[in-house]
Design a protein around this ligand. Structure first.
Ligand SMILES: Nc1ncnc2c1ncn2[C@@H]1O[C@H](COP(=O)(O)OP(=O)(O)OP(=O)(O)O)[C@@H](O)[C@H]1O
Length: 421
């Protein structure tokens, strides 16, 4: 008998909309799983169906092997926490935290409240009026209230999304610690991938009511699997093989293909051995052993590219800067990657007087320039240029739109993904 939460074929239908479609999911005891997806992808509907707040059109919600679909909300033993906390305004903080402890003797109730407030970083707040709390404090109280009765499953729906980013980052770390300390099994809905990756052991990605991927944060980063998931995680741009070769990054392609063949995270014999991204029989399985081509794209993870000073490293591909901006302490440049008529790479290098063919960013491949044949190979229908984001190396100095910078590729921060239809 399976323990914890099991969803089988879970489907939620509203008039005119199938919000959740045929979802299978297992959540082990003590595991925290984040559901991540764009607005309208069905995350909240799934969570609400598990809670019993939404009717299930078909499928099962099992706890410890027993279907609870017909069990009313308050009998499921699940805790709930929402975006706006929904604290009771006429009770003080202690009264809110004690709400789910009605059957507990007064003395132990007070002890639990004290312990919970300590756990969420608000010791001594028992007698505070909830109207005097900041947004972050109110959410901490809501978390303490949800945890106090020791629910067997905690369901959190965007619990931090009303808070500003700095507070959200801090609280996400605290929530993770608190859930771990309590050994709480939790399903956590968010549209913020940083929050999902911080809080959860595994992350499930939803698209159009379907759960399209479930993996650990590390697994998702090393092998997003599909172009949809890669884009959702912020990988970009996604390059066809011809473009990769034309840019002189063929070695990155080969390494990513090797990783895909060896399994996520490079584990030989891992589940991906049978095909690209761990899906046995996927498009790569039919390709040439371990080097998927036709249907695959090279996805660049955020931070995969560094930009070097204009005029430096003539051996590297160059790109035109279209914008410069700051993000969380990094200086970023937007660059136009030359398109598949990648003579642009070579001619740009020649035009700046730096000479030499476009080589690979990887030292071991420096002698493997983009050949004229590769450069002439276009990708039918592909755009003439791609915008990429590169971290500006400190050595780059002042860079302005219009400059040609050299691009260094970190081949470990690339992944091959299936090109979605
Ligand atoms: N009560 C409802 N009646 C009709 N349609 C609904 C209802 N609730 C949600 N939907 C629809 O179901 C789909 C899934 O909505 P849901 O709220 O589950 O998505 P979500 O991923 O949680 O989105 P968000 O991040 O914006 O909260 C959407 O198309 C939405 O418009």
């Amino acid at each position: 008998m399976s323990t914890g939460l099991s969803l089988r074929g879970l489907t939620v239908v509203y008039p005119g909309t199938t919000a959740v479609q045929d979802v299978d999911l297992d959540l082990a005891d003590g595991e925290v799983l984040a559901l991540l997806g764009a607005s309208g992808s069905g995350k909240s509907s799934l969570l609400r169906a598990v809670a019993g707040l939404e009717d299930v059109a078909s499928g099962q919600v099992r706890w410890d092997g027993r279907d609870v679909v017909t069990v009313p909300v308050h009998r499921r033993g699940f805790g709930l926490m929402f975006q706006d906390g929904q604290l009771f305004p006429f009770r003080d903080v202690g009264g809110n935290v004690a709400y789910g402890l009605a059957g507990t003797p007064r003395s132990s109730r007070e002890a639990v409240v004290r312990r919970m407030l300590h756990l969420v970083g608000l010791p001594g707040f028992e007698r505070r009026a909830v109207s005097t709390l900041s947004g972050g404090q109110a959410q901490r109280v809501a978390l303490a209230r949800a945890l106090a009765p020791r629910p067997r499953l905690l369901l959190l729906d965007e619990p931090l999304s009303a808070l500003d980013r700095a507070l959200r980052e801090q609280l996400a770390t605290d929530v993770r610690t608190i859930l771990r300390e309590q050994g709480t099994t939790a399903l956590y809905v968010t549209h913020d991938q940083d929050e999902a990756m911080t809080v959860a052991d595994r992350v499930g990605i939803m698209e159009g009511g379907r759960l399209v991927r479930v993996d650990t944060p590390e697994g998702l980063w090393s092998d997003p699997g599909s172009a949809f998931v890669a884009r959702f995680l912020g990988f970009g741009p996604l390059l066809a093989r011809e473009e990769v070769v034309a840019l002189g990054w063929g070695q990155a392609w080969a390494r990513a293909a090797g990783r895909a063949a060896a399994g996520p995270g490079g584990r030989p014999g891992g589940p991906a051995a049978a095909g690209l991204g761990g899906r046995p029989g996927g498009p790569a399985a039919a390709g040439t052993g371990g080097s998927p081509e036709g249907s695959a794209l090279l996805a660049l993870a955020p931070g995969a590219l560094s930009a070097l000073a204009p005029g430096s490293r003539p051996d590297l591909p160059r790109a035109r800067v279209t914008g410069v901006r700051l993000r969380r302490g990094d200086r970023l440049v937007e660059v136009d990657l030359p398109g598949p008529g990648a003579t642009a790479v070579s001619s740009a290098a020649a035009a700046t007087g730096s000479g030499g063919p476009a080589g690979s960013a990887e030292p071991e491949a420096a002698t493997a320039p983009a050949t004229p044949t590769a450069a002439a190979t276009g990708v039918a229908g592909a755009p003439a240029s791609r915008t990429a984001t590169a971290v500006l190396a400190a050595s780059a100095g002042a860079v302005e739109p219009g400059d040609q910078v050299a691009l260094l590729l970190d081949a470990d921060r690339t992944a091959l993904v299936r090109s979605d239809p």
